[in-house]
Design a protein around this ligand. Structure first.
Ligand code: SAM
Ligand code: DTB
Ligand code: SF4
Length: 350
């Protein structure tokens, strides 16, 4: 299947508005063509510098512009970070993602950051950081230090963006993404649903992500965690089916990327999460805390994975499973290509 970088918002709206079952079915087919099925990658998050952020992102409990219950904390000592990474690995995580509530890292922070990257990698974990905007030189330094992924979200559509953040522009974010790419790191970039954006904005976010010169390797789709004290604390709930549809569209538009079912799982039941996996989500944040807000416990996630027959360790798909998946594709092709009148409806007049 052709990997596209020329989506229009109108086309994405049409994709999102397909009958739910058709959309999920298509997404699952694309998923099986590009990824091992029944596999979900898990990453653990750690906030290495919490609160007092100069940016004004209206969703964020760590912004200094709002008064929330988040207690600000200084930069975490290297040993504490490495200890948390060790625990994450022991709990079954394969990637360790570290976040700092910064506009951007300062030069004086770079030796600390490099030390952490080396220490976490030494434990056999993939590394990811989200530290705000980067210059081209900073991106290169992080890449040279061995950082695997850098997370920097577009968050929403270019049109809605100004309603959410005024202290950095959409173009600033795109520039940081191209610095990450040029430096040779993998990109993790996605957005948030539930901030009061409309259907065009949701389609617009996916359009921007899918039309980047190279698709982000990882696309986190967050459902807003409404935090008391932030301007979005009373935002309207997201319709669960609309959220699942977005996951499916992301999967179809960026077939080879990992689609991450990110923040907001505390407010999703097991069935909704299962439908997100069916729609092509194949990674999650794992562990009872995101950066500052709660996430389902490791036990709860393992129980859900057990119920669904999902594995989360790097296990190569067995040859018979791949064959089974190809066989399914052939069955599906057969069903999809049948003429309408032959479809699976029972005609009582016959
Ligand atoms: N300060 C850095 C930055 O924003 O560039 C990195 C950390 S920031 C917390 C990482 C991402 O978390 C944001 O871009 C946003 O998409 C997501 N996020 C923050 N608060 C959230 C919330 N309340 N609900 C859902 N996602 C949130
Ligand atoms: C992303 O897209 N979601 C994560 C990660 N990247 C850094 C962060 C979610 C934060 C949710 C609010 C909090 O816990 O502070
Ligand atoms: Fe700061 Fe990141 Fe929160 Fe924005 S999302 S206020 S940049 S920590």
């Amino acid at each position: 299947m052709e990997v596209r970088h020329n989506w229009t918002v109108k086309e994405v709206r049409e994709l999102l508005e397909k009958p739910f079952m058709d959309l999920l079915f298509e997404a699952q087919l694309v998923h099986r063509e590009h990824h091992p099925h029944n596999y979900v990658q898990v990453s653990t998050l750690l906030s290495i510098k919490t609160g007092a952020c100069p940016e004004d992102c209206k969703y964020c409990p760590q912004s200094a512009h709002y008064s929330t219950d988040v207690e600000k904390e200084r930069l975490m000592e290297v040993e504490r970070v490495l200890d948390a990474a060790k625990k994450a690995k022991a709990a079954g995580s394969t990637r360790f993602c570290m976040g700092a509530a910064w506009k951007n890292p300062k030069e004086r922070d770079m030796p600390y950051i490099k030390q952490i990257i080396a220490g976490v990698k030494e434990q056999g974990l993939e590394t990811c950081m989200t530290l705000g905007m980067l210059t081209a030189q900073q991106a290169q330094e992080l890449a040279d230090a061995g950082l695997d992924y850098y997370n920097h979200n577009l968050d929403t559509s270019p049109e809605f963006y100004g309603k959410i953040i005024t202290t950095r522009t959409y173009q600033d974010r795109l520039d940081t993404l191209s610095h990450i790419r040029d430096a040779g790191m993998k990109i993790c970039s996605g957005g948030i649903i539930g901030m009061g954006e409309n259907a065009n904005d949701r389609a617009g976010l996916l359009t921007e992500l899918a039309n980047l010169p190279v698709h982000p390797e990882s696309v986190p789709i967050n459902m807003l965690v409404k935090v008391k004290g932030t301007p979005l604390e009373n935002a309207e709930d997201v319709e669960p089916f609309d959220f699942i549809r977005l996951i499916a569209a992301a999967r179809i538009m960026m077939p080879a990327s990992a689609v991450r079912l990110s923040a907001g799982r505390e407010n999703m039941n097991e069935q909704m999460q299962a439908l997100c996996f069916m729609a092509g989500a194949n990674s999650i944040f794992y562990g009872c805390k995101l950066l500052t807000t709660p996430n389902p416990s490791e036990d709860a996630d393992m129980l859900l994975f057990d119920k669904l027959g999902i594995n989360h360790q790097h296990v190569a798909q067995k040859p018979d499973e791949i064959e089974e998946s190809k066989l399914l594709d052939r069955v599906v092709e057969n069903v999809v290509s049948r003429p309408q009148k032959d479809d699976l409806f029972y005609d009582a007049s016959l």
